[in-house]
Design a protein around this ligand. Structure first.
Ligand code: PLP
Length: 284
């Protein structure tokens, strides 16, 4: 079934959507994006995604072609037109189209594209059984706090994981885990403390991460924001990842070492439930 997508002011069937071949997003990966999850036809953690979008745009000296009110309305209109109950809304803003050049003129009109993707969160295999990860060197650029569309290296690392028969890769820099290819990474120590890397330009400031850490603290769970090694993770009681596309998803194996008894741990399972109820209750 063909979706209705949004391209620069128009709602069109997906096979009629057009972007210039001179768009800097296409030529230079000069663009930013956001992915918001949809639960019960509503947007989860949406204010966080818009705030991060503005931060990414500011850091790259870009502007949004629409106001925040218009952006929310476009999200809602796409959800309506595609009759989306559960899934994701992807949004991308690129600097705009111009004859290929490393330097860009200051007066470009940014391009805005949004589309929906249906997804049944409850049926997903990863959260049910837990995922297996491998480590890979983190060879991405140094501004991972900006959510840019340059995703070649993380795609490559994910393909390495698939080739090894696993689900995802945790990226490692200077001996410490930064994050997953498209998610933030956590361990739970034997004492029950949730550990995840502190915020800096080394990782994306996950919107799900922010909510999960707040919810964990409210549930009296102990949280430490600091880097950890693959070795520490392999000796942990549990591990998990967070992202808008998977919420909280347990990790049961790291570089061939099975964690605990190889099934999703109680803290990851509980956080997943708490997060999903929060996301449903606060969705707009
Ligand atoms: N880290 C990276 C590298 C990501 O690509 C993502 C999501 O795409 C995340 C973390 C999780 O961020 P969020 O919870 O906002 O989806």
């Amino acid at each position: 079934m063909s979706r209705i997508v949004y391209v620069n002011g128009d709602y069109v069937p997906e096979d009629q959507a057009k972007i210039s071949i001179f768009d800097r997003g296409f030529l230079m990966a000069d663009g930013v994006y956001e992915v918001s999850s949809v639960l019960g036809g509503k947007l989860a953690d949406y204010p966080g995604h818009v705030a991060r979008l503005h931060r990414s745009l500011d850091e790259l000296q870009m502007t949004s072609p629409v106001s925040d009110d218009e952006l929310l309305e476009i999200h809602r209109e796409l959800i309506r037109r595609n009759d989306l109950d559960e899934g994701l809304v992807y949004l991308q803003i690129t600097r705009g189209a111009h004859d290929r050049d490393f330097a860009w003129p200051s007066d470009l009109t940014p391009s805005l594209v949004l589309f929906t993707q249906g997804k049944h969160f409850e049926d997903a295999e990863g959260p049910k059984h837990g995922i297996k990860v491998i480590s890979q060197p983190d060879m991405r650029w140094g501004r991972r706090d900006i959510k840019t569309v340059q995703l070649l290296y993380p795609s490559f690392a994910k393909m390495q994981a698939k080739a090894a028969g696993k689900d995802d890769a945790w990226l490692v820099e200077d001996g410490l885990v930064t994050e997953g290819t498209s998610n933030n990474a956590y361990i739970v120590t034997k004492e029950g403390t949730i550990v995840t890397r502190n915020l800096s330009s080394d990782i994306l400031h996950g919107i799900t991460r922010a909510s999960v850490l707040k919810l964990a603290a409210e549930a009296q769970m102990k949280v430490e924001e600091r880097p950890f090694t693959i070795q520490e993770a392999q000796g942990a009681a549990e591990a998990f990842i967070t992202a808008a596309s998977t919420f909280v998803c347990p990790v049961v194996e790291i570089d061939g070492v099975v964690l605990g008894d190889g099934v999703p741990g109680p803290i990851a399972k509980r956080l997943r439930e708490i997060y999903i109820s929060h996301a449903r209750a606060s969705a707009i």
